[in-house]
Design a protein around this ligand. Structure first.
Ligand SMILES: [Zn+2]
Length: 267
């Protein structure tokens, strides 16, 4: 009670300053460059914010958007988690973390040479109880968001993966019901060409799994994640069709993203 009586007239008198000061302080903090004391600071204007290079898709394994909004914004019994976006079953989109910030969604994992998934990625949670199909409205909404992210942040369209891809020993989401083929038909992620020839003699499926991005620390877990992603089924052993799919996936690998025309290249 006492602070309100004291502050109210002060705030009214100083309203312009009280409104401006936090904004000025925030602006100063946002642009304050972290300077390494080991080197002399000689700043260059030729730079911008670092950008993510990967999108990781999750299912919430919960019963409602409201429940997940609480989980993704509180400390929880098992520790604080978040994601950049949450998409409801009816397609409504929520953003919880700025694209330029590091959301805590990936945990320990690896994709190719990326070992800090959270630093490299945008995390998208899909409201799903873990065993139901994903409604068309939800996938339509995801496609709109992926188009925006890939265009605006220049994330390669091939670099859309599932949580189980990057953490196959710990995670199963977004699960075997997620429509990866539909995403690929819309131009996101990778999918084997149906016209691909059979693999040649000596084709090594383990090298292919690694080339796609899977860690082979636990080969059975990697195969289970691969089956979820590309075969829509369970299983931890490779069969002849898997080899065909792996050969089709690894024949055409993606090309590097072209830089912006104004962006130079250091000597
Ligand atoms: Zn997940």
């Amino acid at each position: 009670m006492t602070p309100r009586l004291f502050c109210f007239p002060l705030v009214r008198r100083l309203r312009p300053l009280s409104v401006l000061l936090p904004i000025l302080l925030l602006a100063a903090c946002a642009h304050a460059p972290p300077r390494n004391p080991l080197a002399e600071w000689v700043p260059s204007p030729n730079q911008d914010e670092r950008r993510p290079v990967l999108v990781v898709l999750h299912f919430t394994d919960q019963d409602s958007v409201q429940q997940s909004l609480a989980t993704l914004r509180t400390r929880n019994r098992t520790g604080p988690v978040s994601a950049h976006y949450l998409i409801g079953r009816n397609g409504e989109r929520f953003q919880l973390v700025s694209d330029t910030r590091r959301a805590w969604h990936g945990g320990a994992g690896r994709w190719g040479t990326i070992t800090d998934i959270n630093s490299a990625s945008i995390g998208i949670e899909l409201d799903n109880d873990g065993h139901s199909p994903f409604p068309d409205a939800q996938i339509d909404s995801l496609l709109v968001l992926l188009e925006d992210l890939c265009q605006r942040l220049r994330i390669p369209r091939t670099q859309i993966v599932g949580h189980s891809d990057v953490a196959p020993t710990r995670k199963v989401d977004p699960g075997p019901l997620f429509p990866w083929k539909r995403l690929a038909e819309a131009g996101f992620g990778v999918w084997p060409a149906e016209s691909a020839p059979p693999p040649p003699p000596g084709f090594d499926p383990w090298l292919a799994l690694r080339a796609i991005g899977y860690s082979l620390d636990d080969p059975a877990a990697a195969v289970r994640a691969f089956h979820h992603r590309f075969r829509g089924r369970e299983g931890t052993e490779l069969d002849a069709e898997d080899l065909h799919v792996l050969y089709a996936l690894t024949a055409p690998l993606g090309t590097p993203t072209a830089p912006h025309p104004d962006e130079g290249d250091a000597p």
